[in-house]
Design a binder for this molecule. Structure first.
Ligand SMILES: *Cc1c(COP(=O)(O)O)cnc(C)c1O
Ligand code: SF4
Length: 394
């Protein structure tokens, strides 16, 4: 269970320079919220001041009609909640009154969510694939362990929205005990992916207890965290948290940047804190209409990720989650966008485009293998020419 951090631990030193710089996003957004930048970089303050309704949002930015009604009409359907920090990313577009801002599209509820012809609640059938509560076991060697329920920002396209209706899933003692017993009694599990919700939505102490218990299981080789905090609440990702986690290496973190506008100095610091502690950081984006569904925007994202040392890992095709039709893109478009990266950025910057299914993730990248002619392999090159590689197809 959660233990309270002491006040001194809540002022993360690595973010002080940003708080002290009057021109930083941190300081400017703190001013909009009428709070000191030093309080603003306290992640508990951010969570206490999550923007959850139209009145709070309107106090800092001009809402479009579809957004205003979104807050009120969707209240009972899907969680809404946005950290003041993430609200700050909408501000550059504020004066233009730009409802198409990629940050707004991801975070502000809109009435469009009410109409969706295809959407379902649990597109991956995770519930039937959970042998014990919140442990999703699809691949023999690894599990996704959903210990968290809270998130700093409730992404409008989240495929685990179904959990919004439940209560008491967040760092729940019984769920964690049963999950750990399940992992401990299955020697095939080498890789535990701690996720949620957002895996970093707990105190350092609660996270340390959890990691210690998983690390104590001899057959678990790697521990991974799935967290969007570097993007939605970077002040949570302190050097202290990273140093604590590093005691239990090998630890990996996968985060979730979707567009270049999210790669701020604050997010850069959060990722640096992890990487400097020897924790490799990967990125899992979701392909979203108006956010990253063009070659230019996807390229900008992947280049930006390499600059901050977050390795582009996956781009997921958006699931048909209910209420997300206005954000979905066709696979045809997705393949075109992803193909445009090849040859124009290092392979390190090219994530796998994948569609997640109830039996695992399926890569849906463009296929360059055209076939074979006897023992010759026939390829399409990245420039669209035909290439015959002689004698390699025995
Ligand atoms: C995505 C996922 C994993 C991890 O997949 P990797 O390709 O190893 O990152 C594991 N289990 C489940 C159920 C998943 O959905
Ligand atoms: S951070 Fe992840 S789990 Fe939380 S709402 Fe966004 S996509 Fe869903």
């Amino acid at each position: 269970m959660e233990t309270k951090d002491t006040a001194s631990q809540l002022i993360p030193e690595e973010f002080l320079a940003l708080a002290n710089d009057p021109g930083s996003l941190t300081s400017k957004t703190a001013a909009r919220f009428g709070v000191s930048p030093h309080s603003f970089i306290n992640w508990r303050w951010q969570m206490k001041h999550q923007v959850m309704d139209a009145a709070q949002a309107s106090a800092v930015l001009q809402l479009e009609d579809t957004e205003k009604r979104g807050f009120s009409e969707l209240q009972k359907l899907f969680n809404a909640g946005i950290t003041p920090y993430y609200m700050g990313l909408m501000l550059p577009n504020i004066d233009a009154g730009d409802a198409e801002c990629p940050i707004r599209l991801q975070a502000l509820p809109r009435v469009e969510e009410l109409k969706d012809s295809l959407g379902v609640a649990d597109p991956l059938s995770e519930v039937p694939h959970s042998p014990v509560r919140e442990v999703v076991h699809v691949y023999p060697d690894r599990v996704a362990f959903c210990v968290a329920q809270l998130c700093p920002v409730y992404c409008r396209y989240c495929f685990r929205k179904r959990r919004d209706d439940e209560v008491g899933l967040h760092f729940n003692r019984t769920i964690i005990d049963n999950g750990i017993n399940y992992i401990a009694s299955n020697p095939a599990i080498r890789d535990v992916l701690i996720t949620g919700g957002d895996a970093f939505m707990a105190s350092d102490q609660a996270l340390e207890q959890l990691v210690q218990r998983i690390r104590a299981i001899p057959h678990v080789e790697i521990i991974r965290f799935g967290t969007r905090t570097p993007v939605t609440l970077p002040y949570r990702v302190t050097a202290k948290l990273a140093r604590m986690l590093a005691q239990y290496h090998p630890i990996y973190v996968n985060t979730h940047f979707n567009c270049i506008e999210e790669i701020t100095p604050e997010a850069t610091q959060a990722v640096a804190n992890l990487v400097n502690a020897g924790i490799p950081v990967g990125n899992q984006a979701v392909l979203l209409r108006g956010v990253n569904d063009s070659p230019e925007r996807m390229m900008a994202l992947c280049r930006g990720l390499l600059r901050i040392r977050a390795r582009p890992y996956y781009v997921f095709h958006p699931h048909a989650v209910e209420g997300t039709e206005h954000l979905r893109v066709s696979v045809r478009r997705g393949i075109e966008v992803m193909k445009s990266l090849r040859g124009n950025i290092t392979g390190l910057g090219i994530p796998t485009y994948a569609l997640d299914t109830p039996s695992g993730k399926v890569p849906i990248n463009h296929n360059y293998v055209l076939g074979h002619d006897g023992e010759d392999l026939i390829l399409e090159t990245i420039r669209g020419e035909i290439w015959r590689e002689v004698g390699v197809f025995q």
